[in-house]
Design a protein around this ligand. Structure first.
Ligand code: FES
Length: 321
């Protein structure tokens, strides 16, 4: 996907306040047609014009993949972030026209699995809502373990329990409830695949525990999109384009490249997919790597940067773009 990729013109038909932090949005095609098909775990990139700043944020699709009349996403408000979620919460209203990307799935189900064990933390529930609809339609075996801070912030817990009964297990931090992960993992039949989506610490805990217990890597799936961090402004020279760009404090390097009219590839815009990887030709200063795509060795070698989330501090940065 890139600046030139085909976008889908949509109309916002519904904005629902799910709780004090989360709103749900429904998009339908402006031309009244069907949305492109997707599978559970896919995301779309929503384009926003935030006071002259073009923001592109990725959100998991949570609607039923079999239902092609529209897409639904949920957005958790981040009061200290760069503004994308605040824009969605404050400015996006029913009737508004927007552009979204065709769906991309970097967190797909492995349908060869004998059973699907889904572990969600907080807003990490959204891809699982679509995945459970898909698994249920297929008659596949699954169970969800969903942890939230408290009952108010446990978005969709009641609805999911009503829909899927004892396949949904709920945990509230403030009530001292926690997933007994070693026991849960020990009790799974051979051929189970494990999926986790939530905060960074939770993903590391789940994958680390499963890995330590001998679960095969191929049976472990995770999704963590980082929001591009704010930071100090810096400049970057684009060697192929022959221009120098300024990257603002609340702008990612990728957004600054795009704002200069230079095409750059991306899929997740959250440091996870590897699509935006760019060669660093010179760096007089420090590359601030925020992605979880490059290895520690690659980060230390300073030969590449993921412009969707990573930044720079220093006198001169030259990248191959
Ligand atoms: S766009 Fe996915 S890592 Fe940058």
């Amino acid at each position: 996907m890139s600046v030139g990729a085909t976008k889908i013109p949509v109309v916002v038909t519904e904005v629902v306040e799910v709780n004090s932090l989360i709103k749900r949005f429904r998009f339908v095609r402006e031309d009244g047609g069907e949305m492109p098909g997707f599978s559970g775990g896919a995301h779309t990139v929503v384009e926003m014009d935030d006071g002259g700043t073009r923001r592109l944020n990725a959100y998991s699709l949570m609607s039923d993949p079999a239902e092609r009349s529209g897409y639904e996403i949920s957005v958790r408000r981040d009061d200290t972030g760069r503004g994308g979620s605040l824009f969605m919460h404050r400015h996006v209203k029913p009737g508004m026209r927007m552009l979204i990307s065709p769906p991309v799935n970097l967190f797909g189900l492995d349908l060869r699995a004998k059973k699907h064990l889904l572990i969600a933390g907080g807003i990490g529930i959204t891809p699982f809502i679509a995945q459970m609809a898909q698994l249920n339609a297929l008659g596949a075996r699954f169970e969800l373990h969903y942890a939230a801070r408290d009952r108010e912030l446990g978005a969709y817990m009641t609805e999911l329990s009503a829909r899927y009964g004892d396949r949904v297990h709920r945990y509230y931090d403030v009530e001292g409830q926690a997933i007994d992960l070693p026991a849960l993992l020990r009790g799974q039949p051979l051929g189970t695949h494990l999926y986790v989506c939530g905060p960074k610490g939770m993903i590391a805990w789940v994958l680390g525990t499963a890995g330590g217990m001998g679960w095969p890597k191929g049976a472990l799936h995770s999704e963590e999109f980082l929001a591009p961090p704010v930071g100090q402004p810096f400049t970057a020279e684009l060697a192929v384009s022959g221009i120098t760009i300024s990257v603002g404090a609340a702008q990612s390097l990728l957004e600054a490249i795009e704002a200069a009219g230079v095409e750059a590839p991306y899929l997740c815009r959250g440091g996870a997919c590897g699509q935006c990887e760019t060669r660093v030709l010179a760096a007089e200063g420090e590359l601030l790597h925020h992605d979880h795509w490059l290895t520690d060795e690659q980060k230390a070698a300073c030969g590449h940067i993921m412009p969707c989330v990573s930044r720079f501090k220093g006198a001169r940065l030259v990248i191959e773009r």
